[in-house]
Design a protein around this ligand. Sequence first.
Ligand code: PLP
Length: 287
Amino acid sequence: MSRIAYVNGQYVRHADAAVHVEDRGYQFADGVYEVCEVWQGKIVDMPRHLDRLHRSLNELRIDWPMARSAVEFVIRQVIRRNRVVNGLVYIQVTRGVAKRDHFFPAEDVAPSIVVTAKPTSPAASQVQAEKGIAVVSYPENRWPRVDIKTIALLPNVLAKQHAKENGGKEAWYIDADGNVTEGGSTNAWIVTKEGALVTRPAENGILRGITRAVVLDLVQKEGLTFDERPFSLAEAFEAKEAFVTAASTLVMPVTRIDGKIIGNGHPGSVATRLRELFHTATDLQTA
Ligand code: PLP
């Protein structure tokens, strides 16, 4: 069975899927995207992801490429046509194809949309979660509008590559005050020695992760102590636990930061429990 992608109105073989060379996504990274988890044949938190897509589009003054209900239909189709049971679905929308010019196109240009899906292995992710991951700090060097989920991911690519070359799976951005903002593709959390969960407030410096929001709901439901406030790299070194959250990783324990062992060097009980409970707090829709 060949992989299928949706590109501007057509379902095409993934191997042949292409956008125009003058697509503004290609020329200027002038676009936004979303990633939803597919879990046991269900789409996880699609309404929240599409709400954030709406916000990202709005902030950049890009129109929906088609009605939101049509985007939902295409998402389901792409998941089904690729027979993805566990995996990730990507929705990318750009300002469209126009003669190269930094200014927004003067004429009415239709936004471009690409939807792709790929299978992932929950078993492999679980093996990773039972070991924990290493993260490597990296100076925050992104634009201030990281709340927009733009396809302009070069700083994230460079930070994550730096982490990889230094034995890590994820990079943690450190701002000018020495505080952790977030990961290259995840939100960052610690659990203090007193047992309080800490994560940076969503107001500035981070993407408002959907997984982060679900975990915050769960934390409240479980009656755990939490504090939405900035935390420093120094505080993270001393934490009892650390972890990251994203649709692609769910709750993923962090056991080393810059080579320093966190807690007892094993995934913490809070992160492990939140990972176990995660899907109980999500909105699950049949694909
Ligand atoms: N922060 C960044 C920079 C990301 O790229 C992502 C996900 O791609 C996240 C956080 C986590 O967001 P979500 O939980 O919505 O996947």
